[in-house]
Ligand binder design. Structure first.
Ligand code: SAM
Length: 284
């Protein structure tokens, strides 16, 4: 196995071309072949740094086939680098199948770390960083998106999402429905680029901020959601009592009685019926 090659997973910039490490540049110059998500997109970066290494494509639609080809090349002693359009490969990007194939065949995969939008956003958003969930892209369809958000609503960790500009408003709206209008979120937009903006507020205010000036909805976004506080998580037994009572009385009465029985704050219980400002709970 001494003459086999190595696969390097190389992070590239997320906007600003200067955000690339010296080691990444050396690796991209030294390898025999670069596998790039989109060779045309990456040619700009490679040209900028005068890197003349030949490149082939590796994207979601040809990754299985390409992985076999790259494996053969590595077995013949060639060194290969994987890059994607921006940031760290495999992070909401192609490369997982390739890395798995190469490792399963006993060959070496080496990381060349660098930019990642999620980490750049997390390190500047002002939310807790000791524990976080990287969620990446939510499902594209609203119904599935709402379901996934519901599964995440009780998480106490900071949650990091990627989102495309054309789904941004729908996602913010669904977050408002599920997390309630008061949950604090941060929009990290166009990081490392000319119109870089990091804006944090309640979901309701962030929604207004985006609608107020539609140009704010353009660009690349990371959305970071503050984890819920432990006290805000309602015990399932409390929920059961509230549900049973509300079958036989108005929401207002059920909330008052549940609060008396369990000691849970009335406002917190109200939020179960009415998570946001647009809520029209008429049953009180
Ligand atoms: N692999 C990349 C990384 O390491 O961050 C992520 C690739 S994913 C296909 C692209 C998404 O990352 C965008 O839709 C956006 O949510 C986020 N993103 C990438 N560049 C960004 C930037 N400069 N500012 C904010 N978000 C960015």
């Amino acid at each position: 196995m001494s003459n086999v090659g190595t696969l390097f997973i190389v992070a590239t910039p997320i906007g600003n071309l200067s955000d690339i490490t010296l080691r990444a540049l050396e690796t991209l110059k030294d390898v025999d072949l670069i596998a790039a998500e989109d060779t045309r997109h990456s040619s700009k970066l490679l040209k900028h740094y005068n890197i003349k290494t030949p490149a082939i494509s590796l994207h979601n639609y040809n990754e299985t086939k390409r992985s076999q080809f790259i494996l053969q090349q590595l077995q013949q002693g060639k060194n290969i680098a994987l890059i994607t359009d921006a940031g760290t490969p495999l992070i909401s990007d192609p490369g997982y199948h390739l890395v798995k194939t190469i490792q399963e065949n006993g060959l070496q995969v080496i990381p060349i770390p660098g930019a990642c939008a999620a980490i750049a956003a997390l390190s500047t958003c002002g939310l807790a960083t000791n524990k976080f969930i990287f969620e990446g892209f939510l499902p594209a369809k609203s119904k599935q998106q709402l379901q996934r958000l519901q599964e995440l609503m009780d998480k106490t960790e900071t949650i990091i999402f990627y989102e495309s500009p054309h789904r941004l408003l729908m996602t913010i709206n669904n977050m408002l429905t599920v997390f309630g209008h008061d949950r604090y979120i941060v929009i990290a937009k166009e990081l490392t680029k000319t119109f870089e903006t990091i804006y944090g507020n309640t979901i309701f205010e962030v929604q207004n901020w985006l609608i107020e000036k539609p140009e704010r909805q353009k660009g690349e976004f990371v959305i970071l959601v503050k984890g819920t506080s432990k006290e805000a998580i309602i015990n399932p037994e409390v929920l059961r009592i509230l549900e049973l009572l509300s079958k036989n009385m108005s929401h207002k009465q059920a909330v008052a009685l549940t609060s008396e029985i369990t000691g849970v704050n009335k406002n917190q219980l109200y939020k179960i019926f009415c998570p946001g400002p647009g809520c029209s709970d008429k049953s009180s």
